[in-house]
Design a protein. Structure first.
Length: 432
């Protein structure tokens, strides 16, 4: 009996579990995740800003397991016995520390590690302690509730006739995560203002500053995309400071290497990622970002029956660089592995075709209505700069494609429609 175990139900792991489960069934396919529900990670800046409600958007793994024909285990991967072909899952504890489910060992014939990534703080003093990162839904919710409390406090001070003060939000890192969050927050603070939070002149009472170490934001993308994003952020009143090397972070401020201090009621760290620290204890080969080194077929080097995909995998491109940590890479790798693992489960040898990353381009969301980016291979194979409605539609279609892969076409369409309806019946930002 084949038993394929996938650890991590994110952009890649969940799509893989759904594809395999529909073909092989729950006896053969098990998904392990440390959270009970799934939110597509590229939406986390919307969760943080309050424009997306995880309680409405989250998809229960139990439901997804039933509908797609895989088994689900709730728990955190804590170890690997590669010789005995077992993964260890930590005990599941209640809030008061009571053990709800004791530790478990889960056997596999094929194991796929898809545990994503976490923030890289580059050992900058105070960054880990004082910043919020967008690694998972809990972090995004922590940001949202902290901002909401600051807005409520500001409103109460104003109502009492006192000085409302200004809320300072500093985002470190001008990559896609930082830029998307800055723009989304700017729009959200205006909506909070409509509900009399953030005062009447909402945008004016919350300052958003984006600090970037390179000479331009979105440095890995083309200069045209960078300058369009810079312009759109400036139009929204976001202060962008480039060539700024953060030296330390305290509870109330960020200090750069030139000695400049940026007051921060909330500091968000979006300056880089690495694979989860837990991977260091599994005895697998890792690169300098703790990503698992894989062969061209995504099998882990020097290991039998173990694969890795997505942000936690170091898969080399022909240039010698690694495949970028993107949802589109995780999606492609899930499709590639699904084909191979189905054949293996049926006792057939898959062809020795290596995984090849296809870069379809990058799109960066600038609030709820704007998107900028470049699409690859659309006309001539070169990057085509896109902005406006077309880019926005393409960006939304990525999220829909993920939902379609895990809930099917009809439910995906219904979910999208219900989101439109919710925007008509509920506040445009989550207020509680
Ligand atoms: C704000 C933001 C915006 C982004 N925008 C884009 C974008 O526009 N386009 C794009 O291509 N990419 C984007 N990305 C990057 C993209 O989200 C990631 O590259 C992608 O989610 C990686 O997929 P994954 O399957 O490797 O990991 P993830 O989607 O992160 O999933 C990892 C899963 O593993 C689980 N897990 C972790 N540790 C354990 C453990 N020990 N035990 C059990 N389960 C565990 C987690 O709960 C999670 O479900 C964005 C990221 C962020 C944060």
């Amino acid at each position: 009996m084949q038993r394929i175990v996938i650890v991590g139900g994110g952009a890649g792991g969940l799509e893989l579990a759904a594809k395999l489960g529909r073909v092989l069934g729950p006896e053969a396919v098990t998904l392990i995740d440390c959270r009970p529900f799934h939110v597509w990670k590229p939406s986390l800046h919307e969760v943080a800003a309050g424009t997306l409600d995880i309680h409405a958007e989250g998809l229960s793994y139990q439901m997804l397991a039933r509908d797609n024909g895989f088994s689900f285990v709730l728990g955190r991967l804590s170890g690997l016995n590669a010789g005995g072909c077992e993964v260890m899952v930590a005990a599941l504890l209640d809030d008061d520390g009571t053990i709800l489910i004791p530790p478990r060992n889960i056997p596999y014939t094929s194991l796929v590690l898809a545990v994503g990534s976490e923030s890289n703080y580059f050992n900058i003093p105070g960054a880990r302690e004082h910043c919020i990162s967008l690694n998972a839904t809990d972090d995004a919710e922590r940001f949202r509730t902290r901002m909401l409390k600051l807005l409520v406090r500001q409103q109460a001070a104003g109502a009492a006739g006192g000085d409302q003060g200004r809320i300072e939000i500093v985002i470190v890192g001008g990559g896609a995560t930082g830029v998307e969050l800055a723009a989304e927050l700017r729009e959200a603070t205006s909506i909070y203002g409509d509900y009399r939070l953030a005062g009447a002149a909402s945008a004016a009472s919350v300052d958003i500053t984006l600090l970037e170490g390179a000479s331009r934001i979105l440095a890995p993308l083309t200069p045209a995309v960078s300058s369009a994003a810079t312009r759109l952020l400036a139009e929204r009143g976001v202060k962008v400071i480039c060539d700024c090397k953060v030296a330390s972070v305290s509870a109330s401020a960020v200090l750069d290497s030139e000695g400049n201090t940026y007051r921060a009621d909330i500091c968000v760290w979006a300056a880089g990622i690495k694979a989860p620290a837990l991977l260091k204890d599994l005895g697998l080969p890792l690169n300098r970002l703790d990503q698992i080194e894989v062969n061209a077929d995504l099998s882990v080097k020097n290991a039998v029956g173990i694969y890795a995909l997505g942000d936690c995998a170091a898969c080399l491109l022909p240039t010698g660089q690694t495949v970028p940590p993107r949802a589109q890479a995780a999606h492609q790798q899930a499709s590639y592995l699904a084909r191979r693992l189905v054949l293996l489960a049926r006792g057939k040898a898959p062809k020795s075709v290596p995984y090849r990353y296809r870069d379809h381009g990058s799109l960066v969301s600038i609030g709820q209505e704007q998107t900028v980016g470049s699409l690859m291979g659309v006309l001539s194979g070169a990057g085509l700069f896109v902005e406006g409605l077309f880019a926005r539609m393409m960006y939304i279609s990525l999220h829909l494609m993920h939902h379609q892969a895990v809930v099917g076409t009809l439910r995906c369409a219904l979910l999208a429609f219900s989101r439109v309806l919710r925007r008509r019946t509920a506040p445009h930002v989550k207020l509680h």
